[in-house]
Design a protein around this ligand. Sequence first.
Ligand code: PMP
Length: 400
Amino acid sequence: MLPVSLKLDFPILGQSVNGKPLVYLDNAATSQNPSAVIEASRRYYEEINSNIHRGTHYLARAATEAHENARNTIAAHIGAATPNEVIFTSGCTDAINLVANIISLNPGDEILISTLEHHSNIVPWQMLAERTGAKITVIPCDEDGVLDQAAFKSLLTEKTKILAVTWVSNAFGTVNPVREMVAAAKANGTITLVDAAQAVPHLAIDVQALGADFLAFSGHKTYAPTGIGILWGRLELLEQLPPWRGGGEMIKEVTFEGTTYNAPPFKYEAGTPNIEGGIALAAAFDYMNAIGISKIHDHEEALMRAAAESLGEIPGIRLYGPVDRIGALSFALEGVHHYDLGTLIDQMGVAVRTGHHCCQPLMARFGITGTTRASFAFYNTLEDIDSLTTAVKKAATMLL
Ligand code: PMP
């Protein structure tokens, strides 16, 4: 296990909520920032805040250098072939929308997604399908929330032009075999996008080994601020595909007769980006790497095991997802609405999420409107799991 003292690196976790020390178990929605990340943001605004790429003065050069250094750090963290494959976006949703707006499809083409997807990896594809006459097909999952690989193989046909699948389910913590799925899709000539929003905070990422064409994630789920995200794309594709948003930075030359476009990544970065956010995200990766991703993974695995074990003993509880889930543990208490459970737990100082987790089709698959979800970060402790279990038990006696 990682030392309990790691929590001290996260100032927000030191506070009390409802008179109880805060137990923060809503990390799949947004994780907290360590002092090193907050300090990187603060230093940016105190020392180098300026617009990038366009200025010759000192601050503009310093901000540009910090911004591009951040891109280099992020590229190295995810194993990009070159930093030019790393596009700054406002988040995972923005990154997926970008891809869904630069790929053209024909009527009858298919976009293959899965039952486990977050709305962010459903709706942009539905909108693309509406625009082009393409069709959405969906990989089903079993009662444990595990994708049916045989169904996946039979749904992957010559019509399948895009596979967009989540690496880790934000609702159930299911880890999909994305490497194998991507390999099958690539062999089929299908463009692949992996939603890594819930993978980047917990797993080592190597886009070369993964083999996908695109990978999307958000900074705020991986110990960095909101409003920053990344789209990684294979360079040759980014070079071939058209731009999306038009504006400053994405151009080579503009005349009233027409415009030529910049090379990737700038081609996909119209307008002033979230400069501080990118720098803070790089600082978050530095911080995670100083701890060690494999140590983070082992620690979180132990937390998950402890949580599933202790919650699983509560009469009337149902845990969703497979036993080898990571990050998120969804559960329901028979006869209790998830909202009531979440509200009572919050009053005991434990922050969990309730609802559909932006996965309404997954909830519909299980015939429910939502769950209560505890989601973990490496700063969580076994004591936090005890607090969660105690709170759920107490709430159960009050509500049943
Ligand atoms: N995909 C997954 C798997 C997620 O968990 C989330 C956020 N809950 C998103 C996409 C969307 O991320 P954001 O709201 O940061 O754009």
